[in-house]
Design a protein around this ligand. Structure first.
Ligand code: TYD
Length: 218
């Protein structure tokens, strides 16, 4: 079933919280689920509603994020160092960008956040719940977490995976663990699982429907 048409009224009806209040939305999911595209579209949608939007991503383009992206190519970081770098990157992101934008009443949309650390570093052997606790000591919990969900075969096909067979098996296993960890969050009151099997427009429709419903007055 696809989404009902969305109008500004369904998002900002008269008795909703004042417009000048920050809204924090995080988009998560395994690689290949279309997070970045959907994050951009959601940002455009809020801008169309007259909201000021900060669209950002993790790892960031800051010094720690750059080191992480470089290491993804050179593969030089140990699992423990990698975890530490993600936390350092996030601390800086939270204090320099996320909190100030929310305090200024903006809509903050993130493409990945600490749920990715739970999933990916969890898949590398760390305890996802310890990762969550460590992050929530400094990182604000979002108002809404959209988990873009897609089965791993589909996700790998979308990113055009061309590994040898051993690599492919390993990557499949790792992404399956990530997906399973993301789905452990499905009962959190702030989380919505979005079926990401379908066209970009279909998934966008599902996201708009979920966001409208989540923000509608209770
Ligand atoms: P990704 O969003 O795929 O960036 P890009 O589109 O530039 O490739 O993120 C890069 C990788 O970083 C991705 O495979 C997931 C991983 N990652 C973690 O392992 N832990 C984290 O905490 C975050 C934020 C990302």
């Amino acid at each position: 079933m696809e989404s009902p048409p969305t109008t500004p009224e369904t998002v900002f009806s008269a008795d909703r919280k004042p417009a000048r209040q920050g809204l924090f939305i995080v988009i998560e999911g395994i690689d290949g689920t279309g997070k970045s595209t959907q994050a951009r579209r959601l940002a455009g949608w809020f801008e169309g509603l007259g909201r000021e939007v900060v669209l950002s991503r993790e790892p960031t383009d800051g010094p720690w994020g750059r080191k992480l992206r470089e290491s993804a190519n050179s593969g030089r970081l140990s699992a423990a160092e990698e975890l530490e770098y993600f936390l350092n990157d996030r601390r800086q992101h939270v204090s320099e960008k996320i909190l100030p934008a929310l305090a200024a009443g903006k809509v903050v949309i993130l493409d990945r956040y600490y749920f990715s650390t739970m999933a990916y570093q969890g898949a590398r052997g760390f305890d996802p719940q310890s990762i969550r606790r460590a992050n929530e000591q400094f990182a604000p919990v979002p108002d809404l977490l959209l988990i873009l969900d897609l089965d791993v075969d589909n996700a790998l096909a979308r990113i055009g995976h061309r590994g040898d067979e051993a690599n492919e098996f390993e990557q499949h296993e790792a992404l399956q663990r990530c997906r399973d960890i993301f789905l452990t969050l499905c009962d959190e009151p702030f989380a919505r699982v979005i079926d990401s099997d379908g066209t970009l427009d279909e998934v966008t429709g599902r996201i708009h429907a979920a966001v409208s419903l989540a923000l509608a007055p209770q």
